[in-house]
Write a new protein. Structure first.
Length: 120
């Protein structure tokens, strides 16, 4: 799967560094998503503290992950062929639509001027 990458005679085992940085960044990305999910649920249900949802949400996501992808074969057959479409949709199209909506709202807000003149 991985090959020994060597640059010159002083950079050895770069693939180990790359794999470690990938694992660490994936962990932090998952924690940010978990935090956003928990805070969003706390705001949705109007809870004063979000900490009460940490354990139930973690258990829920762990179980859901095992339910959605039971094996690596399932992932390779089902998810990998459509990953480009999914990534394009969530990475480019959805943020683009949200940006367009925000720009339209700000344009509409700036073009409508309040009428403060009093006519008697």
């Amino acid at each position: 799967m991985s090959q020994k990458i060597s640059i010159g005679s002083f950079f050895e085992r770069i693939e180990a560094i790359m794999a470690s940085s990938w694992l660490i960044s994936t962990y932090f990305k998952a924690m940010i998503y978990l935090y956003a999910f928990i805070v969003g649920c706390a705001e949705l249900f109007k809870l004063k503290q979000y900490q009460i949802l940490v354990l139930p949400a973690s258990i829920y996501i762990f179980g859901l992950a095992n339910l959605i992808s039971p094996s690596i074969t399932f992932i390779v057959i089902t998810i990998v062929p459509y990953w480009v479409d999914w990534d394009t949709t969530l990475g480019i199209i959805l943020p683009g639509c949200l940006l367009l909506i925000q720009l339209l709202k700000s344009y509409r807000k700036s073009s409508v001027t309040p009428n403060n003149s009093s006519q008697e």
